[in-house]
Design a protein around this ligand. Structure first.
Ligand code: ADP
Ligand code: MG
Length: 227
């Protein structure tokens, strides 16, 4: 089966700064993520991993260049159109789970589906399936504060894929976990990505996890380089 590009960065630039000093973080980053593949983004702190993921996730605008999702250029799209793509096509996982504290695990996973227009019954059924798949079906009624770090991240991953996105972007999703828990959470993430055929770009400092992905990229002077 030909591999379809699901995420493309073309000559993406991002510069921070005011009049006096400019910090050039991305200086023409090119990258293609294909359906079904899991790619590790491995680079030292401060080199622009989060910046790249935020641009890819349409959370920020590039200063130059273009981001395409599912073959569709995102330059010139309205905020409403970008929001719709984020909701339907992109799942994002952060290092810290960013779950809503006053809602249960099940409700957190239901939320994006309710926003996308599913009924409560439909959202609850899919959320329950995802919890089971992540092997935390028995934790659905618990609030985030009652879950371990590994369980919180598994809920966050389930929430990110609840709307069956094309792309999963994860910013050091296991960076806050001990190595054994990190490996276990990554197992669950990998199984989910493989089973659903989506594509994932995962920033990590963990070289063992990076070795388990299909390919590895890094950032060098603001450009994407294959490792
Ligand atoms: P990484 O995720 O690889 O640690 P980041 O993408 O978070 O790197 O940051 C890259 C660089 O850009 C860092 O030096 C950081 O301080 C700087 N940076 C990030 N966001 C901003 C911002 N909004 N304003 C100014 N500088 C920023
Ligand atoms: Mg970062």
């Amino acid at each position: 089966m030909p591999r379809k590009p699901v995420l493309q960065l073309s000559a993406v630039e991002r510069h921070y700064g005011q009049a006096e000093t400019t910090l050039s973080i991305l200086t023409g980053a090119d990258f293609t993520l294909h359906s079904g593949e899991i790619v590790a983004l491995v680079a030292p702190s401060g080199t622009g991993k989060s910046t790249l993921l935020h641009l890819a996730g349409l959370l920020e605008h590039p200063d130059a260049g273009d981001v395409s999702i599912g073959g569709r250029s995102c330059n010139g799209l309205s905020d409403e159109e970008r929001t719709a793509i984020r909701r339907d096509d992109i799942g994002f996982v952060y290092q810290f789970h960013h779950l809503l504290p006053e809602f249960t695990a099940l409700e957190n996973i239901m939320m994006p589906q309710l926003i996308a227009g599913l009924t409560k019954a439909e959202a609850a059924e899919r959320a329950g399936q995802l919890l089971d798949y992540m092997r935390i079906g028995h934790r659905g009624d618990h609030r985030p504060s009652e879950l371990s770090g590994g369980e919180q991240q598994r809920v966050a991953i389930a929430r990110a894929v609840a709307n069956a996105p094309r792309v999963l972007l994860a910013d050091e999703p296991t960076g806050n976990l001990d190595p054994t828990t990190a490996s276990y959470v990554f197992d669950a993430l990998e199984a989910l990505v493989r089973q659903s055929g989506l594509a994932a770009l995962i920033a990590t400092h963990n070289h063992d996890l990076a070795q388990r992905m299909d390919r590895r990229i890094t950032l060098d002077a603001g450009k994407v380089v294959e490792m």
